[in-house]
Design a protein around this ligand. Structure first.
Ligand code: NAD
Length: 321
C-alpha cells in the first residue's frame, strides 16, 4: 500500500512542487490550502480547500495517522509584505494558529513524521549586519533577535514542534529555508520575492532603460533552487536528525549582482536604479556545515542555472498577460 502524506500549504510555491515530487515517489497525497496552485494543476490525490486556522476544518483533513505530514502553510510574502510592519499582527496570528491546530491533532492521531518549514528569518539581526560576513550557523539563533515578526513566529513554532517532540514523542523534522526560488512561484502582485521580482522587472523592461532595485542593492543573500529544496526536505525526512537545520545555498551574492545576473540571462542592455525600499538584514547566507555533517549532503547547484530556468518561465508568463 502507498504511504500517505498530508501537505499543508499544497497550493503554495514549495507545496505544489512537493506534491509533484511525492507523487513521483509513489505517495498517496492529500493537499490542503486556502487556494489551488496558481500556475499548475495539483497532482494530489485529494485537494481540500479550507482554512487551517479553523480547528474544525483542520480536524476534517487531519483525521488519521499519516505516514508523513509536511506543514508548509504560513502567512508569508516577500520583503514588501514582511518588513513593512503593516501585516505583523496577521502574520503572527495566522501562522501560529495553523501550527497550534495541526499539532493538537497530531497529538491525537499520531504521525510517522512531521516536517515543519522554518526560515532563515529567525537568525538574530545583529549577526547579519556585515554583508560580507553574516553568521547563520544554526546554534547562533539564541539569544534570539529576528528582524521581523515573521521570524519571531517561526522561532516560536520551531519551539512548539520541539516541545511536542519532547512531551508527546512526536517525530518532527525542522528545516530553516533560505530564499527558495524557481518556476511556478509568485512573480507579481506584491508577495513575490527578490529573484522573481527582478526577473519580472527585467522581462518587462525595454533595452536601454533601467530597473528599480530596493535599497542600495549591496545587501547580500543566497538563493536556493526549488529542486534542491525538495531534495533537502526528503533527505531530512529520511534522516534521524530532527534539526533545526539550514536548507539553503551558500553561494552568496548581493542583490545588485543578482540583478546583473538576470540582465545577462535576458540579453538586454539595462542599468540598475537603486531606490528607497524595504531591504531586510544587510547580509544572509546559508551556513551548510551542519547539514553536511548530519545529512552528508548540501545544495550545490549554481545560482545562474536556476535563475535561467526561472527567468524563462517568468518571461513566458509575462508574455501571456
Ligand atoms: P507560499 O506563500 O507560496 O505557500 C504558503 C501556502 O500556505 C499558500 O498557498 C497559502 O495559501 C497557504 N496558507 C496560508 N494560510 C493558510 C491557511 N490559513 N489555511 C490554509 N492554507 C494557508 O509560500 P512558500 O514559498 O511555498 O513557502 C512554504 C513554507 O516555507 C512557508 O511556511 C514559508 O514560511 C517557508 N519558507 C519559505 C521560504 C521561501 O523562500 N519560499 C523561505 C523560508 C521559509
Amino acid at each position: 500500500m502507498s504511504k500517505r502524506a498530508l501537505v499543508c500549504g499544497a497550493g503554495g510555491f514549495i507545496g505544489a512542487h512537493l506534491v509533484k515530487r511525492l507523487k513521483q515517489e509513489g505517495y498517496w497525497v492529500r493537499g490542503v490550502d486556502l487556494k489551488f496552485p496558481e500556475y499548475c494543476n495539483s497532482v494530489a490525490n485529494e485537494f481540500v480547500i479550507g482554512d487551517l486556522r479553523n480547528p474544525l476544518f483542520c480536524s476534517d483533513v487531519l483525521n488519521e495517522k499519516f505516514d508523513c505530514i509536511y506543514q508548509l502553510a504560513a502567512d508569508m510574502g516577500g520583503a514588501g509584505y514582511i518588513f513593512t510592519g503593516d501585516n505583523d499582527a496577521d502574520l503572527m496570528t495566522n501562522s501560529a494558529l495553523i501550527n497550534l491546530n495541526i499539532l493538537s491533532l497530531v497529538k491525537q492521531f499520531g504521525v510517522g513524521k512531521i516536517f515543519y518549514s522554518s526560515s532563515a528569518c529567525i537568525y538574530p539581526e545583529h549577526n547579519q549586519l556585515d554583508p560580507a560576513n553574516p553568521n547563520c550557523e544554526e546554534s547562533s539563533a539564541y539569544p534570539a533577535n529576528p528582524d521581523s515578526e515573521y521570524g519571531w513566529e517561526k522561532l516560536f513554532s520551531e519551539r512548539l514542534y520541539l516541545s511536542y517532540a519532547k512531551n508527546f514523542g512526536i517525530n518532527v523534522r525542522i528545516a530553516r529555508f533560505h530564499n527558495v526560488f524557481g518556476p511556478e512561484g509568485t512573480w507579481t502582485g506584491g508577495k513575490e520575492k527578490a529573484p522573481a521580482a527582478i526577473c519580472r522587472k527585467v522581462a518587462q523592461a525595454n533595452s536601454g532603460s533601467s530597473i528599480e532595485i530596493w535599497g542600495d542593492g549591496l545587501q547580500t543573500r543566497s538563493f536556493l533552487y526549488i529542486d534542491e529544496c525538495l531534495e533537502g526536505i526528503q533527505r531530512l525526512m529520511d534522516n534521524d536528525f530532527a534539526g533545526p537545520v539550514n536548507i539553503g545555498s551558500d553561494e552568496m551574492v548581493s542583490i545588485n549582482e543578482l540583478a546583473e545576473l538576470v540582465i545577462s540571462i535576458s540579453g538586454k542592455a539595462l542599468t540598475l536604479n537603486n531606490i528607497p525600499g524595504p531591504m531586510g538584514v544587510r547580509g544572509r547566507n546559508s551556513d551548510n556545515r551542519l547539514i553536511k555533517e548530519k545529512l552528508k549532503w548540501a545544495p550545490s547547484s549554481m545560482l545562474a542555472d536556476g535563475m535561467t530556468q526561472t527567468y524563462k518561465w517568468i518571461e513566458a508568463q509575462n508574455q501571456k498577460k
